[in-house]
Structure formats: structure tokens, C-alpha cells
Ligand binder design. Structure first.
Ligand SMILES: Cc1cc2nc3c(=O)[nH]c(=O)nc-3n(C[C@H](O)[C@H](O)[C@H](O)COP(=O)(O)O)c2cc1C
Length: 189
């Protein structure tokens, strides 16, 4: 698929068939991630591929992280919230959690490490689309909770930027619109 076509036709896919895509396809997506631009060649990204029971373990960590913020854990409302949190990672057969691990070096600008990792995520979304898979980048509050970061062994200096939910699409994407670039662009001659 032509890159411009991939960029324009990629849409977030949030419903997946239960089948797990083959490892070779997932590896192609990870490989695409690693070709993102990276200042000082720091390659600051970390990828965690979760399939099968690992998604349940992540769901448990996400529920535990949420539990820390709930006041009445025994209430019916809390139980429903915790159960829904636990189920979230089961919405796709594969999840790629993506973290930025900024190089600790005075020459390296932390924000640039996040920009590079975000570029890796976009590469992966486009690669998934070009390979006939569906994907959606999700964060939710979970991505920013300490216990969820700890689940991945990330330190305080690292950032969990999001979860790429991945699989074979089981939905038609919604029609998308974007504001024309002209209203976001200033040409300086
Ligand atoms: C940083 C980031 C976080 C996102 N988190 C979520 C999320 O938690 N849940 C969700 O449904 N979509 C999430 N999205 C996906 C957006 O909702 C989606 O990209 C937007 O609706 C545009 O649709 P499109 O991707 O089909 O163009 C996120 C996107 C970005 C860039």
C-alpha cells in the first residue's frame, strides 16, 4: 500500500475477531516502529507484546491501580468499575504497550524522546493497516497509573505512552473527517 494511501485510509479499529495474528505480522509491525526518526539515534522506545493470559495479568494490574483511587472498594459501584477495568485488555487478541525511555544524557531533550516514540507508534499503526490488520491506540487513565507502569517494570523516568490494540478487524470503521490543513497552516515566504 502506498504510504499516502495508508495515512489517509487508516482508521482506529476497536472491535476485533478473536484470532491472534501470526507472530511474523506482529514482528513486521514492531520492526516498522523501530524505523521512526530518533534524534541522537537514542531509539528510546520499549515495546511489550501481550497476548493470551498476559492480557489478563495486565487487566489485573490495571484493576489494582484503579483500586488505589477508589474510596469504597466494597460498594457495588466500585466492583463494577474494577471488573470493567480488568476486562479492558481483553478487547483485542494482541496489545503492544509502548513506552518511551528517554536517554539520560545532558544532550538529549526528553520531549524529543517522547516525540520519537510517538512516531514509532504511528509507524506501527500504519504498518498494521498496510498489513490488513486493525489497530487502535488507547491510553485511558490506566497508562498513567504507577502500578500499571510497574507492571511493565518501568521506572519513574520512563513513560507509558499507550497501548496499541491489534487484531483482525471485526467492524467497519466510522467515516472520518479532519479539519483542512489550510486552517492550521501559516505559509511564511
Ligand atoms: C495519544 C492518544 C490516545 C488515545 N487514547 C484513546 C483511548 O483511550 N480510547 C479510544 O477509544 N481512543 C483513543 N485514541 C484514538 C482516537 O480516539 C482516534 O485516533 C480518533 O478518534 C481519530 O480516529 P482515527 O484514528 O480513526 O483517525 C487515542 C489517540 C491518541 C493519539
Amino acid at each position: 500500500m502506498d504510504v499516502l494511501e495508508a495515512i489517509k485510509t487508516r482508521r482506529s479499529i476497536s472491535k476485533f475477531k478473536p484470532d491472534e495474528p501470526p507472530k511474523e505480522l506482529i514482528e513486521k509491525i514492531l520492526d516498522a516502529g523501530t524505523w521512526a526518526p530518533t534524534h541522537h539515534l537514542t531509539e528510546p522506545w520499549k515495546f511489550f507484546v501481550l497476548t493470551g493470559k498476559a492480557r489478563e495479568k495486565l487487566g489485573e494490574a490495571m484493576a489494582q491501580a484503579l483500586a488505589e483511587e477508589l474510596t469504597d472498594l466494597d460498594s457495588q459501584e466500585s466492583k463494577v468499575k474494577l471488573d470493567s477495568e480488568r476486562q479492558r485488555p481483553l478487547r483485542a487478541p494482541v496489545i503492544i504497550a509502548v513506552a518511551a525511555s528517554p536517554k539520560q544524557d545532558p544532550n538529549v531533550v526528553e520531549l524529543e524522546e517522547i516525540v520519537a516514540t510517538a512516531s514509532a507508534m504511528q509507524n506501527m499503526l500504519l504498518a498494521a493497516h498496510a498489513l490488513g490488520l486493525g489497530a487502535i491506540l488507547r491510553t485511558g487513565k490506566a497508562a498513567y497509573r504507577k502500578k500499571v507502569k510497574e507492571f511493565f517494570g518501568l521506572s519513574d523516568k520512563e513513560y507509558l505512552l499507550g497501548f496499541i490494540y491489534l487484531g483482525y478487524p471485526d467492524m467497519q470503521p466510522q467515516k472520518a473527517t479532519r479539519t483542512p490543513f489550510s486552517s492550521k497552516t501559516v505559509w511564511l515566504n
